[in-house]
Design a protein around this ligand. Structure first.
Ligand code: FES
Length: 142
């Protein structure tokens, strides 16, 4: 089978779809390879814990599934823990994606990072800009 059961589940019943009106960080990213876009909203408390997150995407099923899984994985984590979430970890949690769909998983990771960056910027929190360099090591994104 092309897609794992977990991918199909998260594609058909994506978690945390939508928008947070009073989000503490919002990130919008585009996928250079296919032109799909994603918006990620984070609600972050005073201890830098992500208490809620939602996403909207104009993307393919794999992008929806990885974003859905990524939001589940970062909820309850601190922003710095969320920064460590790699697209590989999300793909593993979904029991894999077909090789030609791996680039779709990058959208979720980048959207989370962009939202954290927005949160840092809004709150005047300093950070190492290297954290926000393109994380994906795939041949399309270098
Ligand atoms: Fe664009 Fe999957 S084809 S994110």
């Amino acid at each position: 089978m092309l897609y794992s059961e977990k991918v199909m589940d998260h594609f058909q019943n994506p978690r945390n779809v939508g928008k947070i009106e009073d989000a503490d960080g919002v990130g919008e990213v585009g996928n250079a390879k296919c032109g799909d876009i994603m918006k990620m909203y984070l609600k972050i408390d005073e201890n830098q814990v992500i208490t809620d997150c939602r996403f909207n995407t104009f993307g393919c099923g794999s992008a929806i599934a990885t974003s859905s899984m990524a939001t589940e994985m970062i909820k309850g984590k601190t922003v710095s823990e969320a920064m460590e979430l790699s697209n590989q970890a999300v793909v593993e949690a979904l029991d894999g994606l077909p090789a030609h769909k791996i680039h779709c998983s990058v959208l979720a990771e980048e959207a989370v990072k962009a939202a954290v960056k927005d949160y840092y910027d809004r709150n005047g929190i300093s950070y190492d800009p290297k954290l926000f360099e393109k994380a994906c090591g795939c041949e399309h994104c270098s």
